[in-house]
Design a protein around this ligand. Structure first.
Ligand code: GLU
Length: 466
């Protein structure tokens, strides 16, 4: 099964150099997608773009009860917002006829067999095996059922679930992230592909779709490594030898404390990061592209640079630590480098009608774009000044430099006040901040003064709201 020698394209196309790369991101629309999902989507997307291939969104909605259109729409919206646009899209729920055909083929070829054990009976078997020091692997008792025995179960009202008959051999693959990998199928139970109620588990539809869509590389989370042996055998049972795509399994993300991310995953959904946290897409993507790799994590302002930097061989095999503070740092860095035109519409949506001067002045102080609104409020007003010493405020007003206020005006002004009044430090600055902004803390005063402008500054220094 290992076929590294046959891999020829830049990133190990599944044995055929002329075959164009096709990958898929396959979320289940049973919840919001979070940073863990995004990392997998991103790896697929970057890989497709680097190879000039196709990126498919496969909606894994065979679980008709838990899947919702709302979550599906949200996934699409999130991917668009992130810039991870897909070239094709399909839903598993529209493809049950394909799964039925595969089921029939596997039954005909003897790979899929009906089992009648109840959950309790299986549980008892496993306990017994453990007590005897054996691994709790399904004993394949159902394979030796006679037609009469099956008929008897059916007559009792039992419905079969269906298992795939593994070869019992060693399955090997050259994982593009984990390197040479293998699973000894004699050590695992024949997987159940279809439940008693006729519904499909994820395993079979995924293989059927990957085959039918001619997926060349399956890039997914490490939690699917255990499915790989069975899936490779199902690929071969349905599509013939060598029909399995190349596989790449990424170690899971953990929190910065090493704990499972699932605990706070709600806050790490793309929707929450966008709507509640105000994180920029490229901050999320810059982090996720490099997390758990030997590359430094740096802010990248576009996906193109991440495409050229993609290298699966740099991915570590240990879980990658997701650090929220690191994402915030990238977010701030990106904002500091963002040009006015790129944010103009979003500033307008925040009610900020200022132009480039405002943006250039405030952006070095921003952690989130929405913070710009606080600055704008200070500029626009109305601000109720806080004045404890009216004489000092009046003196300061009289010393305000002539002409249009610039970023340098603050320095010149406070030097003049210092020279005139002898005040320094907090005693000098705080009354000015309180008069001009009505607050004890806030943005850098040189910018504030410039943006407020002479007229409003004088009004506020006189004690009137403006
Ligand atoms: N729907 C599966 C998941 O979200 C897809 C796994 C796969 O990529 O094969 O885990």
């Amino acid at each position: 099964m290992a076929k590294p020698a046959a891999f020829t394209c830049r990133s190990n196309c599944a044995g055929n150099p002329s075959m164009s790369v096709k990958v898929r991101f396959a979320p289940s629309p049973t919840g919001l997608i979070h940073v863990g999902n995004v990392r997998i989507a991103l790896m697929n997307w970057l890989f497709a773009r680097r190879e000039g291939g196709t990126f498919v969104l496969r909606v894994d909605d065979t679980d008709l009860e838990r899947s919702t259109k709302l979550f599906e729409d949200q996934i699409v919206e999130d991917l668009h917002w992130l810039g991870l646009n897909f070239d094709e899209r399909f839903n598993q729920s529209a493809r049950f006829d394909l799964y039925e055909a595969a089921r029939a083929k596997l039954v005909d070829t003897g790979f899929l067999y009906p089992c009648y054990e109840t959950e309790d009976e299986l549980d008892r078997k496993r306990k017994l095996q453990r007590a005897q020091g054996k691994p709790p692997v399904y004993d394949r008792a159902a394979l030796s059922l006679t037609d009469a025995e099956k008929a008897k179960y059916e007559a009792e009202g039992r419905k079969p679930h269906w298992r795939f008959k593994l070869s019992g051999g060693r399955i090997e693959w050259n994982d593009l992230v984990r390197g040479p990998s293998h699973i000894d199928t004699s050590s695992v139970s024949d997987p159940i592909l279809i439940r008693e109620d006729g519904s499909y588990l994820y395993t079979l539809p995924s293989v059927v779709d990957d085959l039918e869509a001619k997926i060349t590389h399956v890039i997914r989370g490490e939690d699917h490594v255990t499915n790989s042996a069975a899936q490779i055998e199902i690929f071969e049972a349905l599509g013939g030898k060598g029909s399995s795509p190349a596989l790449a399994h990424f170690p899971l993300l953990v929190g910065s404390d090493g704990e499972k991310l699932s605990k706070r995953i709600g806050g790490l959904s793309v929707k929450a990061l966008r709507e509640e946290e105000g994180i920029e897409p490229m901050a999320i993507l810059s982090l996720l592209a490099k997390l758990g790799t030997s590359d430094a994590i740096e802010a990248r302002s576009d996906l193109a640079s991440l495409v050229s930097e993609l290298d699966f061989s740099k991915v570590s095999r240990t879980p990658a630590r997701f650090d929220f503070a690191e994402m915030e740092r990238l977010n701030a860095k990106l904002l500091h480098e963002t040009g006015f035109l790129a944010v103009r519409d979003r500033l307008e949506a925040l009610g900020i009608t200022a132009g480039e001067t405002f943006w250039n002045a405030v952006r070095p102080n921003l952690n989130r774009l929405k913070d710009a609104a606080d600055w704008w409020q200070l500029v626009e007003g109305p601000v109720t000044p806080v004045i404890e010493d009216a004489d000092y405020a009046a003196k300061a007003a009289s010393l305000l430099p002539d002409g249009e206020l610039t970023r340098e005006s603050w320095g010149a002004w406070t030097s003049a006040i210092k020279a005139e009044t002898g005040r320094k430090g907090r005693e000098l600055f705080m009354p000015l901040r309180q008069a001009l902004t009505g607050q004890n803390h806030g943005p850098e005063m040189d910018v504030v003064l410039m943006l407020i402008g002479r007229e409003k500054a004088l009004t506020r220094l006189s004690g009137q709201a403006a």
